[in-house]
Write a protein that binds this ligand. Structure first.
Ligand code: ADP
Ligand code: ZN
Ligand code: ZN
Length: 743
């Protein structure tokens, strides 16, 4: 007898369609079953959302007769777990998106694009490739409730790996006292944990052993390790493999990130979904992977902004990790030497007596082998000749390290040769016509390139305004640093009888596939003397022979109008400094060094940095944020609008402001003390990058002391947001960014 099932489909964004569509199905299907359904002219992947409770008889004349039939069930797949469905439901609700969009967003493209038969073939091939074959005879799912839903108990998965006890024991190192204490704490408490461990304190080892401890208790358990950027962490990947492959085989570790081919992505996804993969290592997208026996989630470098998705559903994978862990009764460890102020705040004792902090703080202040942290030197650039790139004391320090065959790291947060060319006679600058930004000079091909819209042109021979040929450079880029340093080290190289190898890592120099990995490898092998780069080189790397790190030209962020800029800069500098002196032997005789060139050497940020005092920095910042009622003491959301003209964008947002305000007004009149009373609407303002590729961008900030109230209010805005768009045809799109990471 036919049933009606509701199915999540990729509904067009911001449409009026309900979250799930109803279809006829031959049999009852349990929630989480993968199906193909017709949607408009297409056939799309769908996920059964609600199982209907009773069969429906199609009645003549009833509206149900308009319903279409599902095309087919994708056979051989266990249903997605209840926990996964709840994660999707929460994410859609919290980040103000449609259920269908969020549910299908993280699905591998091949599952979405291939036909049911093709998927079947892929599944069979994947199962054959596994050795030993794991119940490979893709058993046709009968779609009977009993069968299809058996998969909700992941133990019943057809292809779950056999629980062979570990034969070859990988050999973990003897733990430091702090590592051991951290592991004990993690083992004995439910968490969530904030693992606050200095750079080089051995956090990775704690992750690996925490995972191993869980695996020893449950031989089918699965782990998720999230990293900000997979290309930057080949070392971590290697260590995970080295530790777990001997225990559970090569197939037991899979990666999930956007750089995989569609075929690889499908394979990784299947391995996680079928329980074959014991460790899933991935970027933010992997938070939506189906991992039915998930027991532990690691969020490495939890402060990293890459955990926030910047388009579509703008989720925070770190925040969802905490939520998912609670849903699945799994452990979650957020690890960092410079935790985000949000996480730090949650780990601190509440001012309300008796209220436990939300996260349990686990601290590892010492470095492995008691290597000391770098000594911080500040160069006051006010006392250096104008246009100095490398100050004399810094150059001397670099030379001394290179002579000892140690390595040097130089961080500049800007790529390109010099950000801007300027006419020295009339002041003309290389502004992009399409964006509110300057084009950057790239020396190699002598072009001016906009890093925002990509627009590229040849460098003009003369100023286009006054025809003067005296065009000079403003500011610094990584290419220029490389050149300057090459020149500065020339004579030293001659003296030593070997040429210094200077390499650069930034988005430009690593476009070719594999070139980033190649450079990192050479750095680890000691074949590079000086590595110059953007923040890419400051993250997580365990370079053993680096003893000097220098940050050039860091002042911009001190005066940004984004209230998080100081937090970012502090983390960047702490992390960069953390690359120095990781080998205790090298630093015994002479401590490693961190150099800062700044015009504001007395700034509180540098004072805290000098003593490696994250806690002091965080406490100061949190005090300021509390006074100003900023996150984490309030919740924020941005309504962002893109329009053809500034007029259209502003008109739209101003009208939204009026309507939103009257919503708030009504609520407080109808119901004094209502949940909307603590909501504040700011006026619409242009985004920092107001114009991008000829599109005008404006935003409106909404703030509330309560997340829940903000959530409810945002829901109420969807209707006016949609209606106003019809009224303002110049508006191209709107989006809600919950917990925005940059203003
Ligand atoms: P973090 O992630 O905290 O910056 P890592 O996990 O990269 O630090 O560890 C720093 C270095 O110390 C690595 O080379 C790692 O192999 C090594 N290490 C970690 N734990 C131990 C230990 N217990 N004994 C010896 N070496 C260790
Ligand atoms: Zn000019
Ligand atoms: Zn541009």
């Amino acid at each position: 007898m036919p049933h009606i099932v509701s199915v999540l489909v990729p509904t067009p964004k911001q449409s009026h369609l309900p979250d799930a569509l109803s279809y006829w199905a031959e049999n009852d299907l349990c929630a989480g079953t993968l199906v193909k359904v017709p949607l408009g002219p297409r056939e799309v992947l769908g996920i059964v959302w609600h199982a209907s409770t009773a069969p429906h008889e199609p009645k003549a004349g009833a509206r149900t007769t308009d319903l279409k039939w599902i095309s087919c069930v994708i056979e051989g797949f266990p249903a997605l777990s209840q926990g996964w469905l709840e994660l999707v439901a929460f994410s859609a609700q919290y980040y103000q998106r449609s259920l269908g969009e969020v549910a299908l967003w993280g699905m591998p493209p091949q599952l979405k694009n291939l036909s049911a038969q093709q998927i079947q073939k892929r599944l069979e091939r994947w199962q054959q490739q596994l050795s030993p074959p794991l119940g490979a005879k893709a058993r046709p799912a009968t779609n009977k409730r009993s069968r299809a839903c058996a998969a909700q108990d992941p133990v019943a998965l057809d292809t779950a790996p056999q629980s062979t006890p570990a034969r070859v024991l990988a050999t973990p190192p003897l733990l430091s006292a702090e590592q051991q204490q951290a592991l004990n704490d993690i083992g004995a408490n439910p968490g969530p944990f904030l693992l606050f461990g200095s750079t080089g304190s051995g956090k990775t080892e704690v992750y690996l052993q925490a995972i191993q401890a869980l695996f020893e208790r449950d031989s089918l358990a699965q782990a998720l390790i999230m990293v900000p950027e997979i290309n930057l962490t080949p070392q971590l990947q290697a260590r995970v493999r080295e530790r777990f492959a001997p225990l559970w085989g090569e197939h037991s570790i899979v990666c999930l990130h956007s750089g995989l081919t569609p075929a690889q992505r499908l394979k990784s996804w299947l391995a996680a979904h079928f329980g074959q993969a014991r460790v899933v290592l991935g970027t933010r997208m992997s938070i939506f992977a189906s991992i039915p026996r998930l027991q532990i989630i690691i969020v490495d470098e939890e402060h990293d902004v890459s955990y926030k998705q910047q388009e579509g559903a703008r989720y925070s994978a770190r925040d969802l990790a905490v939520y998912r862990a609670r849903l699945e009764n799994a452990r979650v460890i957020l690890g960092s030497a410079t935790p985000s102020l949000e996480s730090w705040h949650h780990s601190q004792a509440s001012t309300v007596p008796g209220v436990k902090p939300r996260y349990q703080l686990v601290a590892m202040p010492s470095r492995i082998g008691n290597a000391s942290l770098a000594q911080v030197h500040r160069v006051d650039m006010n006392h250096q000749p104008r246009k100095t790139v490398f100050s004399i004391p810094l150059l001397k320090a670099i030379e001394s390290r290179l002579k000892a065959r140690e390595q040097v790291l130089i961080v500049l947060n800007r790529r390109g040769y010099a950000p801007v060319l300027q006419c020295n006679s009339c002041g003309w600058k290389t502004r992009c016509q399409h964006c509110s930004a300057f084009k950057v000079f790239h020396k190699l091909d002598r072009t001016l390139r906009c890093h925002h819209c990509g627009q590229t042109e040849r460098v003009p021979k003369a100023c286009p305004v006054c025809a003067d040929q005296d065009i000079g450079m403003l500011g610094l880029g990584t290419q220029q640093l490389e050149e300057q340093l090459q020149a500065a080290l020339l004579s030293m190289g001659q003296e030593l009888g070997r040429e210094m190898t200077i390499e650069r890592i930034d988005a430009d120099s690593t476009q070719a596939k594999g070139s980033l990995e190649e450079r990192l490898e050479r750095m680890h092998a000691g074949d590079i003397d000086v590595l110059i780069g953007t923040q890419m080189i400051a993250k997580g790397h365990d370079f053993r022979r680096v003893t000097l790190v220098a940050a050039i030209d860091v002042d911009q962020a001190l005066f940004s109008n984004d209230f998080r800029a100081c937090e970012r800069l502090f983390a960047l500098l702490m992390q960069a400094g953390g690359r120095a002196g990781r080998d205790a032997h090298l630093t015994l005789a002479r401590p490693s060094e961190m150099w800062l060139q700044t015009h504001h050497p007395k700034h509180a940020l540098f004072e805290a940095l000098k003593t490696h005092d994250y806690v002091r920095f965080a406490t100061d910042q949190l005090r300021e944020r509390a006074l100003a009622n900023m996150p984490p003491f309030s919740s924020q959301a941005l309504i962002r609008v893109e329009a053809r003209t500034a007029h259209a964008a502003l008109g739209y947002l101003n009208e939204l402001h009026t309507q939103g305000s009257s919503l708030l007004q009504e609520a407080s009149e109808l119901e004094p003390g209502s949940s909307f009373e603590d909501i504040f609407l700011y006026s619409a303002v242009p985004m920092q990058m107001q114009k991008l590729a000829n599109v005008e961008r404006y935003q409106l900030l909404i703030e509330s002391s309560s997340r829940a109230h903000l959530q409810r209010f945002l829901r109420r805005l969807h209707e006016p947001l949609r209606a106003l768009k019809k009224k303002h045809p110049g508006v191209l799109r709107w989006v809600i960014d919950v917990d925005p990471q940059s203003l």
